[in-house]
Design a protein around this ligand. Structure first.
Ligand SMILES: *Cc1c(COP(=O)(O)O)cnc(C)c1O
Length: 372
């Protein structure tokens, strides 16, 4: 087999997939001059609300803003501690920092998700909330996390940036906590043509607060009734997202198919630990934002795959939250997470991949480990 190019992510594909339909929708918005807080945004918010069964969905500037506003609306602030997995994007921790609270990073488990036992050990009298991160398109065991939160009287703020449509026991990611957040960054499971995000809640008071917060504290009449900021999902992006949402179930199913295909080719390689396979056991329904392995000789493998045209990525620049010492994290030891960070690697996972792309990638992986 000759070298083929399997990039980690295919950005032009975000557009190419539905080029004609997107062009016509964008033209419609542009001709109407409907740019900010128009009906396309409202329609998109309503669609997401139905899709995940959440009462309030507010389109905001990006996933990081969604977290910031979510934390503020839930009353998290100065002096509070928020527990989160150390295996997450810096934005999860930064949002906690920016509301004046302290991010407390803890271990991740075998499935790469927030480790439940580590949460308990990190609770102090200052702990106000837990921020589970629905990483790689999987939802944490939210029953266990909810039980801990109930016992210690803590709020749950869900970072579901990577997990639109993912479920735990039939309930959608983003709807377990008092607030949940999503990102529509182009490489996310549902991606727009720039930055975008949403914050969701079932709580009336918080929903009202969020609506004010994202639009300068202005109510429906335009009167300023609270301190707010500017964090609105562009109407044009919302219109594009509505097009993509129509095909989203199909996209998720394709991602699950690709994950099953990887699984079938790679499961015999003892130097790899694969992510949980797509299951139908009614516990976890994963949407595979990422296909993240734990691999022996990770760096060597990454170079070998690159030589053969296969793009891979080490998530979050290869650094867990607590390893960012420049940000003031000192003397935190999370051995399980640290060991995994030496071995994490993500394979291409997106709907532009063909089955033979996946076969090619897996063949290269098999070749790499064959004589080791
Ligand atoms: C992408 C991401 C974010 C931030 O989303 P942006 O839209 O890029 O601001 C936050 N948390 C996690 C886990 C993410 O993957």
């Amino acid at each position: 087999m000759k070298i083929r190019s399997v990039p980690f992510f295919n950005y032009p594909w975000v557009y190419e997939q539905h080029e004609e339909e997107i062009k016509s929708v964008m033209q419609d918005v542009l001709k109407r001059g409907a740019f900010i807080l128009q009906k396309d945004l409202e329609e998109f918010e309503n669609s997401i609300s139905k899709f995940i069964d959440a009462k309030y969905v507010l389109g905001v500037a990006d996933g990081t803003n969604a977290l910031n506003l979510g934390l503020i609306s839930a009353g998290i602030g100065r002096g509070d501690e928020v527990i989160l997995p150390s295996h997450t994007y810096i934005a999860s921790a930064a949002s906690i920092h920016y509301v004046g609270a302290t991010p407390v990073p803890v271990e991740c488990g075998e499935d790469h998700m927030l480790d439940v036992d580590s949460i308990k050990k990190a609770i102090t009298k200052h702990t106000k909330a837990i921020m589970p991160v629905q990483l790689n398109g999987r939802t944490c065991n939210m029953h266990k996390i909810q039980a801990i939160a109930d016992e210690a009287d803590l709020l749950i703020i869900e970072d579901a940036a990577q997990a639109l449509g993912s479920k735990f026991k039939g309930k959608s990611a983003g709807t377990f906590g008092v607030v949940g957040t999503f990102s529509f960054y182009p490489a996310k499971v549902l991606g727009c043509f720039g930055d975008g995000g949403a914050v969701v809640t079932n709580d009336n008071t918080i929903g009202d607060k969020l609506a004010l917060l994202r639009d300068h504290g202005r109510n429906a009449k335009g009167d300023v009734v609270a301190w707010g900021t500017n964090s609105r999902l562009d109407n044009l992006q919302a219109a594009v997202l509505s097009v993509k949402l129509k095909y989203y179930i199909h996209d998720i199913n394709r991602r699950r198919e690709l994950a099953a295909l990887y699984d079938s080719y790679l499961k015999e390689i003892r130097q790899l630990r694969l992510p949980p396979p797509p299951s139908n056991d009614c516990e976890h329904f994963d949407v595979y934002q990422n296909y993240e392995l734990v691999a022996d000789q990770r760096d060597e493998l990454k170079s070998y795959l690159a030589e053969h045209g296969v793009g891979t990525l080490i998530q979050f620049g290869g650094k867990a939250i607590h390893q960012h010492t420049e940000l003031g994290f000192r003397d935190i030891r999370l051995p399980v997470t640290e060991r995994m960070y030496e071995r994490f690697l993500m394979l291409p996972m997106n709907t532009s991949l063909t089955n033979s792309d996946v076969e090619y990638v897996c063949e290269k992986l098999c070749n790499f480990y064959k004589n080791k």
